[in-house]
Ligand binder design. Structure first.
Ligand SMILES: [Zn+2]
Length: 465
């Protein structure tokens, strides 16, 4: 059964995954708040990423840089000068649209759709986009008119001001990506962590982009969360390093997070679509209900960023390689993931609607145990067994997020557990409990298994919790 986004949005709100931001004030356009289950889900994905790419590896470290940075960072990175989208307004209905996105959407519907002269996605020259509009190729997706205002560049950085003196403020940007925090700290990290190239730096955090057309729930929002890695390597080893990350990242999506492999793909960005400094890049995409959408970009950024910061700051960011006594600017492979988008992918991937019999759940969230916001449901068969159930809660909650529920029939509680994707539910009955064992129900098979309490934590861990 195919899932509609509107169904998922409603479901996510009802169960406490994601709410509309500032809802009691009528909301704020395009802002979303992660509820108790959504916050935990996002945290689990982030922690699995840290475990996989930092904890398990000797060549990776973690960083947490500031959201607000010296504005010169964004001059050096090119964001002040050229981080912009081609924006145009419909003269009939006054809605605003990205010229490049409308062309891309038209191409998806019809690969033979004409493109503007010198077509280079969001970098297409404005004069070519304007003459393309004059020729009447694009219709307004809102009202169908072909009457466009002039295409203009619109910078995507959000800014605020901070006090510098008693009578003045200065402009600061909210970072549009976490990556630059890693580049400007490169020398600090290399020195203090004693890592030798090749090594990488991972960072999780909020980033902000003033998107013209945010849409699709938490897929494209102005405030979002990234999990990014900058992997520094010796020039000449970059092509091979890219290949390795391509495999490792793909495995992370399918093997570690458990996303369905036929819903994840890697699309190479053609050479003419690459930024001038990039040698190779591509997008990992997930098949969302609205179509394929980017969840990650893997890019070979060469030595562009370190070189730009060296030039603008005057700091020497070159690296002395003790293995062969050479000095060079490292190349960078960047696996950059949108954590908010990946959380949406996990929600879509898990959602399973089953035509109901009386006692079965209508919706089951089939999260992989390692991703599931809550791992174990603990349900006393009847209320008078609550003391034993609370005792077990005390034991298991040291290791796992647990849910305690004593309201309603046991089947009703199993159903509620399925609806929020709890992989294992435990029913407490005194005959069993007093003998040191419990019955564990598997969410996906419905099968029940007797497990000895002293082995329960280990048992749950081997199941992926
Ligand atoms: Zn219009």
């Amino acid at each position: 059964m195919s899932l509609e986004m509107s169904t998922l949005v409603t479901y996510a709100k009802t169960k406490g995954f994601v709410y509309q931001g500032s809802e009691i004030y009528g909301g704020l356009a395009n802002s979303w708040d992660y509820g108790p289950l959504g916050a935990q889900l996002k945290e689990n994905i982030k922690n699995l990423w840290i475990k996989e790419f930092v904890q398990k590896r000797k060549d990776m470290v973690l960083l947490d840089a500031s959201i607000m940075m010296n504005p010169n960072v964004w001059v050096a990175s090119g964001h002040v000068g050229s981080f912009s989208d081609p924006l145009m307004e419909c003269k009939e209905c006054h809605t605003r649209h990205r010229a490049d996105k409308l062309v891309e959407e038209a191409l998806e519907r019809d690969p033979n759709f004409p493109v503007p002269a010198n077509w280079a996605w969001d970098k297409t020259p404005l004069e070519d986009l304007n003459s393309y509009n004059t020729a009447g190729h694009l219709a307004c997706p809102n009202c169908g008119a072909k009457n466009w205002g002039e295409v203009k560049r619109f910078n995507l950085m959000l800014s605020t001001s901070q006090w510098v003196t008693e009578d003045g403020t200065s402009l600061v940007y909210l970072r549009p990506e976490t990556a630059q925090g890693i580049f400007v700290n490169f020398s600090n990290i290399a020195r203090s962590s004693r890592k030798k190239i090749p090594f990488g730096v991972a960072q999780c955090g909020k980033a902000f982009r003033n998107e013209i057309t945010p849409k699709n729930f938490i897929f494209r929002t102005r405030e979002f969360e990234q999990i990014e890695i900058e992997y520094f390597c010796k020039p000449g080893t970059d092509a091979e390093t890219f290949e390795t990350w391509l495999v490792d990242e793909g495995k992370f999506f399918t093997d570690v997070l458990g996303l369905k492999s036929d819903k994840v793909r890697f699309i190479e960005i053609p050479a003419e679509g690459l930024p001038h400094y990039s040698k190779r890049a591509g997008d990992f995409e997930y098949l969302f209900p609205f179509g394929w959408g980017e969840i990650s970009t893997l890019a070979n950024r060469t030595d562009y960023d370190l070189g730009a910061h060296m030039k603008h700051s005057g700091a020497d960011l070159s690296y002395f390689d003790p293995y062969d006594n050479t000095k060079y600017l490292p190349y960078v492979i960047e696996p950059s993931i949108g954590l908010s988008r990946l959380t949406l992918a996990a929600l879509c991937d898990s959602y399973d609607e089953i035509p109901g019999e009386e006692w079965t759940s209508k919706v089951v969230m089939r999260f992989a145990p390692q991703v599931a916001p809550i791992k174990v449901g603990i349900f006393p068969l009847v209320k008078k067994f609550s003391e034993s159930a609370n005792e077990l809660y005390g034991i298991l909650s040291k290791e796992f997020m647990c849910e305690y529920d004593e309201a309603g029939t046991i089947w009703k509680r199993y159903q509620r557990a399925d609806e929020i994707g709890i992989p294992f539910s435990i029913c407490i009955e005194p005959e069993n409990y007093d003998q040191g064992q419990v019955t564990v129900r598997d969410r996906d098979t419905g099968e029940q298994e007797i497990v000895v309490i002293v082995e329960l934590i280990e048992w749950l861990k081997t199941k992926g919790c």
